[in-house]
Structure formats: structure tokens, C-alpha cells
Design a protein around this ligand. Sequence first.
Ligand SMILES: [Zn+2]
Length: 275
Amino acid sequence: MKTFERLRKALLYITAATVGLVGVAVAQTPSASQGQSQDEEQQMGQEVFNELKAKGEIIESSPLYDQLRPIADAITRAAQPRYNHPFKFYLVHEPQPNAFATPGGNVYVVDSLLYFVKNTDELAGTLCHEVSHTIHHDTMTLMEKQQKIAEREVGAAILLGPSAAHVLAIALLGALHSLRYSRDVESRADITGSDICAATGYNPWGLVWLFQDFNNANVSQVPQLLSDHPNNQNRIEALERHFRRNPSVFKKFNPDPKSAIPLVVPDKAPEVFLR
Ligand SMILES: [Zn+2]
């Protein structure tokens, strides 16, 4: 079965579980409405984009982009050769400081994350980590795993119709907000992220500093993207090991957070939403 079809089924399962419909098979004609020129990752990404736009969360213009854009541009230059769809960065307005990447190249940065991080390197580190999940196809792999579990549990094929695209996007968004990657997957994204960060010139120690901030922060203030990662110390050590083993790349960067340039963000920056 094609990956996208499997993902559709997995996502329907997730949706069904959410509304308590597990066990009810919905049989419809499989969708042929999506453009065949797009691949599965782009389709997934587009559906999430449409849903975020429909919810009025995507910020079309804001002075906050002045802070985000130079970092996003540098990451795109460093990371683009490793992924076959263009990376695009969007600010979104959501309750929790967060950042998440969808298959297809879109990276979403919650506005409040810019107020949470202490310097440009912490923000760059976070975004490099998210971009690395896309490069590694981690979301697709995780969804496929969930599909296999769903198939075992439901024990029946569930087919989706074209009208389910909307439902699908909502389900994927829900899944993105509660993704549970394994420690290995997270650590791999940290390592690749630190390589990308080093290539941009932003300090790859930024991610280490962010983990250290989390260890000292009030739990309720910790961004969702890392709050369910109980292994901050392991991840710090894995990064430090990687830095030591590759001195030609990392030795030039200062491990002292006091050396970082603070991220200056305008207070209550105005935001215009994409409609
Ligand atoms: Zn991650």
C-alpha cells in the first residue's frame, strides 16, 4: 500500500479514537482529488497549512518576521541541499510556545517562542532541530508505525473519501502536537540540527543552552516541543560528545551563553493573519 494511503488510514484511526469511534469502519471511495504532481509529504504538509490557515493561526505579516527571517534564511541555505522540497518558515499564533515542522518543508514557529528564547542561537538551534526531523522523514516514519498499530487493533481496513481531507488535516495537526519521538530519534535530530546550525554560523551550543534553561524553568512555561522530553541531560551530553569528536567544526564556537547576542523582540508586536 502506498505510504500516503496508509497515513490517511492511520490518521483516521487517530481521529476516530479521539471521538470514540474506534471499531467503526468508514468505507468510501479512496481520494483521487489530490494532484498527482505533489508527493505524499507535500500533500500532508499542504493539508496542515490549509487547516492552520482556516483556523486563522498563520501570521502573514508582523515585525516579528524581522527577527525570524535572517535565521530562517541561513537555515534554509544550510539545510536545503538535504531535502527535496523548499523549506518555508511561518509564524503562527498558538497558546503554547512551540515550533513544529511538517512533511513537505513547512516549519511553523509560534510567536511566543520568540519571547521565550534568550538569544538568537537558542531560536536557531530549535529550528535546526525541527528541520532535521523533516530531513530524516521522522513524522512519516512515526505515522507509519502508528498505522501498523492501528491495523492490528482495529483489524479492518478503513478507507477515506475525498471529503475526509479536512478531517485528516485536523488529525495530523493533533498528532503533531502530541508527537512522541523516541530518544534516539530526538537525539539524531539534535545532532543533525547542530551540524546545520554550525553551517549557518549560529552557535550550535544554543540548543544545549535551551535544554539547560528548561532544566531550570517552571514546567508550565516550558515549550511543548521539548516539555515531554525527559532526557534533556542525556541529549546535552550527546551533543557535547558530538562537539568534542568534531573539533574542526565546533571548536570555534563559544560554549558560554553569556557570549550570545540577546534576541530583541518588540513588545506586543502587531500581527496580521493570513485569511
Ligand atoms: Zn524533536
